[in-house]
Write a protein that binds this ligand. Sequence first.
Ligand SMILES: C[C@@]1(CC(=O)O)C2=NC(=C\c3[nH]c(c(CCC(=O)O)c3CC(=O)O)Cc3[nH]c(c(CC(=O)O)c3CCC(=O)O)/C=C3\N/C(=C\2)[C@@H](CCC(=O)O)[C@]3(C)CC(=O)O)/[C@H]1CCC(=O)O
Ligand SMILES: NC(=O)c1ccc[n+]([C@@H]2O[C@H](COP(=O)([O-])OP(=O)(O)OC[C@H]3O[C@@H](n4cnc5c(N)ncnc54)[C@H](O)[C@@H]3O)[C@@H](O)[C@H]2O)c1
Length: 211
Amino acid sequence: MTTIPIMIDIKNKEVVVVGGGHIATRRLERLVDQEARLTVISPTATAEIIRWADQELVTWKPRNFEYQDLEKAFMLIVATNDPVSNVAARKAAPPNCLVNAVDEAEFGNIHFPAHFTRGKLSIAVSTNGASPMLAKKINQELANQFDDRYDQYLEFLFAARLLIKKARISSPDKKAYLRTFLDESFLQDAIQQQTLRELQLLVDKTKQNID
Ligand SMILES: C[C@@]1(CC(=O)O)C2=NC(=C\c3[nH]c(c(CCC(=O)O)c3CC(=O)O)Cc3[nH]c(c(CC(=O)O)c3CCC(=O)O)/C=C3\N/C(=C\2)[C@@H](CCC(=O)O)[C@]3(C)CC(=O)O)/[C@H]1CCC(=O)O
Ligand SMILES: NC(=O)c1ccc[n+]([C@@H]2O[C@H](COP(=O)([O-])OP(=O)(O)OC[C@H]3O[C@@H](n4cnc5c(N)ncnc54)[C@H](O)[C@@H]3O)[C@@H](O)[C@H]2O)c1
């Protein structure tokens, strides 16, 4: 497989996970907050999956998968510990379905990178299956570098950008402002608050100039 990175909105989409073990749980951890329609088909399930089923975040069908289970799948995650079942599930995927084959990635058409978020910041690391451990290591290093402060920083950048877009100033000036906010000093709460106040004044002032 050759791959491109992409962000997918899976809200209200049918996601079927075949298998209910450790790896299925790891995939579901990523999916339970995304308001997808999640179905797990597996004779056994981990405590987490059972808890999500109790909370109605996941529908668990406690049995081996059958072909009809996959008919409406938008995304299929094949994660049993039985190679024969994994091949059968993969082959039963409907046309155009996104398929993650956790045991033999090249037989699917998507894989899951190592990933973390800091609010609106999302960082993913892939080695295209060459070394999941290296992906994990680099991901951890980046998570240390882009620490919890980035959560609020992204909110600040978002709010500041909306104000800059409203301000009636030239395009190069807008870009210059946006570039300034990338300085490390803007990670500080006090500087963020002060900047937002100043930008609001700028918006008001440039509006008056036009009016
Ligand atoms: C990044 C991460 C994300 C996640 O899973 O959430 C992830 N694997 C992680 C860890 C990990 N996986 C494995 C080990 C044991 C050491 C080793 O074998 O090397 C460890 C290390 C550990 O667990 O510490 C074994 C393994 N992995 C794959 C195969 C099958 C194959 O190679 O075909 C086998 C052999 C299975 C077997 O033995 O049967 C395949 C895939 N694993 C991927 C993702 C995709 C490519 C990502 C990339 O390279 O960029 C891909 C292609 C498909 C996919 O699953 O989407 C996650 C780190 C999470 C974190 O950050 O905490
Ligand atoms: N992608 C990765 O990062 C990665 C890492 C380690 C292992 N793996 C691979 O992932 C696979 C699963 O590993 P695991 O640790 O989650 O195994 P596990 O033993 O924890 O879970 C396997 C699950 O599959 C279920 N199952 C078995 N046959 C089934 C069938 N016909 N229909 C539905 N469900 C069925 C079992 O009941 C169990 O819930 C293995 O093939 C392993 O090689 C992938």
